[in-house]
Design a protein around this ligand. Sequence first.
Ligand code: PNS
Length: 167
Amino acid sequence: MKRAVYPGSFDPVTYGHLDVIRRASEVFDVLIVSVLNNKGKTPLFSAEERVKILKEATKDLPNVQVDCFSGLLIDYARENNIHVAVRGLRAITDFEYELQLAQTNSKLSGGRLDTMFLATNLEYAYLSSSSVKEIASFGGDISQCVPDFVADMIYERYGIEKSQKTV
Ligand code: PNS
Protein backbone atom coordinates (compact mmCIF):
# COMPACT_ATOMS: atom_id res chain seq x y z
CA MET A 1 0.00 0.00 0.00
CA LYS A 2 1.51 3.33 -1.05
CA ARG A 3 0.63 5.88 1.61
CA ALA A 4 1.52 9.56 1.75
CA VAL A 5 0.83 12.54 3.93
CA TYR A 6 -0.09 15.98 2.64
CA PRO A 7 0.70 18.26 5.58
CA GLY A 8 -0.31 21.89 5.80
CA SER A 9 -2.03 24.65 7.70
CA PHE A 10 -5.08 24.68 5.40
CA ASP A 11 -6.37 27.84 7.08
CA PRO A 12 -8.51 27.76 5.00
CA VAL A 13 -8.26 25.03 2.37
CA THR A 14 -8.32 26.53 -1.14
CA TYR A 15 -9.08 25.15 -4.59
CA GLY A 16 -5.27 25.01 -5.05
CA HIS A 17 -4.95 22.60 -2.11
CA LEU A 18 -7.95 20.61 -3.29
CA ASP A 19 -6.41 20.24 -6.73
CA VAL A 20 -3.18 18.88 -5.18
CA ILE A 21 -5.23 16.53 -2.94
CA ARG A 22 -7.19 15.14 -5.88
CA ARG A 23 -4.11 14.59 -8.03
CA ALA A 24 -2.06 13.07 -5.19
CA SER A 25 -4.97 10.75 -4.37
CA GLU A 26 -4.58 9.35 -7.89
CA VAL A 27 -0.90 8.58 -7.26
CA PHE A 28 -1.13 6.99 -3.80
CA ASP A 29 -3.37 4.23 -2.44
CA VAL A 30 -4.05 6.29 0.67
CA LEU A 31 -3.48 10.02 1.10
CA ILE A 32 -3.65 11.43 4.59
CA VAL A 33 -4.25 15.17 4.59
CA SER A 34 -2.94 16.31 7.95
CA VAL A 35 -3.63 19.70 9.47
CA LEU A 36 -0.85 21.27 11.51
CA ASN A 37 -2.15 22.27 14.92
CA ASN A 38 0.35 25.04 15.55
CA LYS A 39 -0.19 26.24 19.10
CA GLY A 40 2.06 29.26 18.46
CA LYS A 41 -0.26 30.72 15.81
CA THR A 42 -3.79 32.07 16.02
CA PRO A 43 -5.55 30.62 12.99
CA LEU A 44 -8.87 31.74 11.56
CA PHE A 45 -10.22 28.22 12.10
CA SER A 46 -9.26 25.83 14.88
CA ALA A 47 -7.54 22.58 13.91
CA GLU A 48 -10.82 20.73 14.61
CA GLU A 49 -12.72 23.09 12.30
CA ARG A 50 -10.10 22.73 9.56
CA VAL A 51 -10.29 18.94 9.82
CA LYS A 52 -14.09 19.11 9.53
CA ILE A 53 -13.88 21.44 6.52
CA LEU A 54 -11.34 19.19 4.80
CA LYS A 55 -13.45 16.09 5.45
CA GLU A 56 -16.44 17.76 3.83
CA ALA A 57 -14.39 19.11 0.88
CA THR A 58 -12.81 15.70 0.16
CA LYS A 59 -15.81 13.48 0.87
CA ASP A 60 -15.93 12.37 -2.79
CA LEU A 61 -12.36 11.03 -2.66
CA PRO A 62 -12.57 7.60 -0.99
CA ASN A 63 -8.84 7.08 -0.44
CA VAL A 64 -8.33 10.46 1.26
CA GLN A 65 -8.27 10.59 5.05
CA VAL A 66 -8.07 13.73 7.16
CA ASP A 67 -6.14 14.01 10.39
CA CYS A 68 -4.21 16.59 12.39
CA PHE A 69 -0.81 16.70 14.00
CA SER A 70 1.33 18.87 16.20
CA GLY A 71 5.09 18.86 16.61
CA LEU A 72 7.45 17.66 13.93
CA LEU A 73 6.21 16.18 10.69
CA ILE A 74 8.92 13.51 10.77
CA ASP A 75 7.62 12.24 14.12
CA TYR A 76 4.05 12.14 12.82
CA ALA A 77 5.21 10.33 9.68
CA ARG A 78 7.23 7.80 11.69
CA GLU A 79 4.33 7.10 14.08
CA ASN A 80 2.05 6.51 11.09
CA ASN A 81 4.58 4.56 9.05
CA ILE A 82 4.54 7.08 6.20
CA HIS A 83 7.59 7.73 4.06
CA VAL A 84 6.37 10.33 1.59
CA ALA A 85 5.12 13.86 2.13
CA VAL A 86 3.34 15.66 -0.69
CA ARG A 87 3.58 19.40 -1.19
CA GLY A 88 2.33 21.71 -3.93
CA LEU A 89 4.62 24.17 -5.69
CA ARG A 90 2.97 27.28 -7.05
CA ALA A 91 5.94 29.26 -8.26
CA ILE A 92 9.66 29.72 -7.88
CA THR A 93 8.95 31.80 -4.78
CA ASP A 94 7.70 28.64 -3.02
CA PHE A 95 10.69 26.62 -4.13
CA GLU A 96 13.36 27.88 -1.75
CA TYR A 97 11.22 27.34 1.34
CA GLU A 98 9.88 24.01 0.14
CA LEU A 99 13.30 22.68 -0.79
CA GLN A 100 14.66 23.65 2.61
CA LEU A 101 11.69 21.98 4.34
CA ALA A 102 12.08 18.82 2.26
CA GLN A 103 15.82 18.61 2.89
CA THR A 104 15.40 19.31 6.61
CA ASN A 105 12.81 16.53 6.86
CA SER A 106 15.01 14.16 4.91
CA LYS A 107 18.02 14.91 7.12
CA LEU A 108 16.07 14.81 10.41
CA SER A 109 14.43 11.51 9.51
CA GLY A 110 17.67 9.87 8.42
CA GLY A 111 16.32 9.65 4.86
CA ARG A 112 13.08 7.99 5.93
CA LEU A 113 10.80 10.86 4.90
CA ASP A 114 10.94 11.99 1.30
CA THR A 115 8.96 14.82 -0.28
CA MET A 116 7.16 14.73 -3.60
CA PHE A 117 6.15 17.99 -5.22
CA LEU A 118 3.16 18.51 -7.44
CA ALA A 119 3.16 21.62 -9.60
CA THR A 120 0.03 23.56 -8.79
CA ASN A 121 -2.44 23.82 -11.61
CA LEU A 122 -1.88 27.17 -13.39
CA GLU A 123 -5.49 28.09 -12.73
CA TYR A 124 -4.74 28.21 -8.99
CA ALA A 125 -1.11 29.34 -9.02
CA TYR A 126 -2.00 32.78 -7.66
CA LEU A 127 -4.01 31.44 -4.72
CA SER A 128 -2.94 31.45 -1.10
CA SER A 129 -4.84 30.99 2.15
CA SER A 130 -3.54 34.38 3.36
CA SER A 131 -4.82 36.27 0.32
CA VAL A 132 -8.19 34.48 0.58
CA LYS A 133 -8.47 35.68 4.19
CA GLU A 134 -7.47 39.23 3.32
CA ILE A 135 -9.91 39.46 0.41
CA ALA A 136 -12.73 38.00 2.52
CA SER A 137 -11.99 40.29 5.47
CA PHE A 138 -12.75 43.26 3.21
CA GLY A 139 -15.87 41.64 1.80
CA GLY A 140 -14.23 40.77 -1.53
CA ASP A 141 -15.23 37.90 -3.79
CA ILE A 142 -13.57 34.58 -2.90
CA SER A 143 -15.93 32.38 -4.90
CA GLN A 144 -13.11 31.42 -7.31
CA CYS A 145 -10.79 30.52 -4.44
CA VAL A 146 -12.67 28.19 -2.09
CA PRO A 147 -15.80 26.01 -2.15
CA ASP A 148 -19.03 27.87 -1.37
CA PHE A 149 -19.53 26.35 2.07
CA VAL A 150 -15.98 27.38 3.03
CA ALA A 151 -16.55 30.92 1.72
CA ASP A 152 -19.70 31.19 3.85
CA MET A 153 -17.77 30.07 6.94
CA ILE A 154 -14.98 32.58 6.27
CA TYR A 155 -17.37 35.52 5.76
CA GLU A 156 -19.21 34.50 8.91
CA ARG A 157 -15.95 34.43 10.87
CA TYR A 158 -15.22 37.99 9.71
CA GLY A 159 -18.77 39.05 10.54
CA ILE A 160 -19.52 39.91 6.91
CA GLU A 161 -23.16 39.73 5.91
CA LYS A 162 -24.11 38.34 2.50
CA SER A 163 -25.33 41.80 1.43
CA GLN A 164 -21.92 43.37 2.29
CA LYS A 165 -19.98 41.07 -0.05
CA THR A 166 -18.68 42.70 -3.21
CA VAL A 167 -19.59 39.77 -5.46
O1 PNS B 1 0.49 25.09 4.75
P1 PNS B 1 1.84 25.45 5.29
O2 PNS B 1 1.72 26.39 6.47
O3 PNS B 1 2.77 25.96 4.23
O4 PNS B 1 2.48 24.06 5.85
C1 PNS B 1 3.74 24.03 6.49
C2 PNS B 1 3.97 22.68 7.17
C3 PNS B 1 2.82 22.34 8.10
C4 PNS B 1 4.12 21.58 6.15
C5 PNS B 1 5.30 22.78 7.98
O5 PNS B 1 5.32 23.98 8.70
C6 PNS B 1 5.48 21.63 8.97
O6 PNS B 1 5.63 20.50 8.58
N1 PNS B 1 5.45 21.99 10.27
C7 PNS B 1 5.61 21.02 11.34
C8 PNS B 1 6.93 21.24 12.08
C9 PNS B 1 8.06 20.61 11.27
O7 PNS B 1 8.15 19.42 11.13
N2 PNS B 1 8.94 21.46 10.71
C10 PNS B 1 9.99 20.99 9.81
C11 PNS B 1 11.33 21.18 10.41
S1 PNS B 1 11.75 22.90 10.47
